[in-house]
Write a protein that binds this ligand. Sequence first.
Ligand code: SAM
Length: 264
Amino acid sequence: MAVKNGGMELKGTFLGGGGDHHSYMGVDEATADMVYDVLKEFWTTRETQSDEETRQIVKNYRKSSFHDSMEPVRKKLSALYSDRDPDQPFSMVDFGGASGSPLYFLASVFPIETLRYVLVEGYLPFVEDFRENFPRQLAIHAGAEAFPGLPDADFGETPLDVFFSSHVLYLIKPAVVRAILERASRLTDTILLADNIKNLHGEMDRENPVVFDYLPENGQIYFSHYFEGYFDDIGFEIVDEFPTQPRAAEMKLGFGVVHARRRD
Ligand SMILES: C[S@@+](CC[C@H](N)C(=O)[O-])C[C@H]1O[C@@H](n2cnc3c(N)ncnc32)[C@H](O)[C@@H]1O
């Protein structure tokens, strides 16, 4: 099958799904690179955006953890907070955390002195906004390619309780996601993801990158990852998984929460 991605036509093997959007397709590495280049260009430059739009986006992302569809994520984060060593703050790294919305949520239910949150984000206006609002917390301005090479010292005290990433990894090609999770496995024993879960156990394909057409007319072709296989390679296993509600009609279908831990 073939789908149009902006000006490009992408070819691959149809794997499932369908309707106007959300067809899943197995592609080769060169096609995955093309899809990723379009996504990366959008998220790292946001060139067509006015300053006012940027301000609004940054502000809106402060609240994204409070959306109804994020209720199971809030519950999971709260449960992980309760599991921590009570003599220590709850520590988490949020990869692609935008303006840091999980911290806005956690600080609304737990004392801020018991929270150590490390934002990792590639888009500078998000990082600047977070630093202004939480000057005592840590923010690292780094994109997906830089994250695997960051030294432990950048994260403050390690290990951390949780590596968290919500609605980010489906924007990144498999080889880079594997490197991100491998780095995460040297920072923590617990990984919590909110992401597309249609290929979680390799239901679609275990060998080739899998993409799906979310809104191809906008260049929004996304990845569906075989997370179970990636976890296996870093000595982690899935201990919990569940689907989340779409954010609105046609938005974020096939998404869910995945909780993985280092295998005993
Ligand atoms: C859909 S937003 C999700 C933001 C936040 N985690 C949430 O759940 O509200 C995607 C986030 O991933 C970041 N992102 C996208 N592509 C990235 C890349 N290649 N490297 C690093 N961050 C990326 C964006 O800057 C943005 O903050």
